[in-house]
Design a protein. Sequence first.
Length: 203
Amino acid sequence: MDASHENRILILGAGPAGGAVALGLRRLGYAVCLVGEPRPFAAVEGISERVVEGLRHAGFSEALKALPAPSPRRVHWSGASSAANTERLIVRADLDRGILVDLERAGVELVRGRVRGYRHDEDGHRVEVQTDAGTRQLSGRFLVEARGRAAPGAGLERLRGPETLSLLQYWSGPAMQPQSAVQSCRDGWAGWPAPRMAGVTCS
C-alpha cells in the first residue's frame, strides 16, 4: 500500500470526463492519480463543436490535435431532411492517446489498468488495480468516479432507458469524404459515421 500518497485524489476513468477533472485539480495544486486503460476495440465517434470547445477550455491541447476538420451531418427526422449541421468524426483511440499526453504533461500520475476492487474506511479510499505488471493497491483521501457506463452499479437499482446497439469496425468500399447521418425510427433513432451514406430502413 502506497501510504505516502494518502492525501491524493484518485480518479477512475481515463476518458474526457476523468481527464478534465484531473487537469482542473492539478491546476488547483492537488496531487492526482488517474486510473484507466485504453479501449480494447477501434471506434469512430462524432462530437459537436460545443464538445470541442469544452475540451479546449479544459486544457486538452494535445488531444485537440487528433481532431479532424468538421464534416457534414445529414439528418432525416420525421420525414424531413436537413444537412445544415456538422460534427467532428474522431478516431477515439487517437483522442484518448492525446488525453494521456496532456495528463502526463500536467503532472497527473497515470496508472494503466482495470479496477478490480474497492473499499472505503475512515482513512480514505483503497483501490485494487490489475495492470500488465501485476496488481497494485492505491490509496487516496478522495475518489472521483468517471468511468461512465463502465462503472459498477454497486447493487443499486438504476433507472435507465432501453439498451443501445453499436456496430463497430466494419466498413468496405472506396475512401470518400467523411460524413455522418441520423435517422428517426418508430422505436428510437439510428446514427452512424461513415465515408458515404446508404439507405436505411427502420421497422
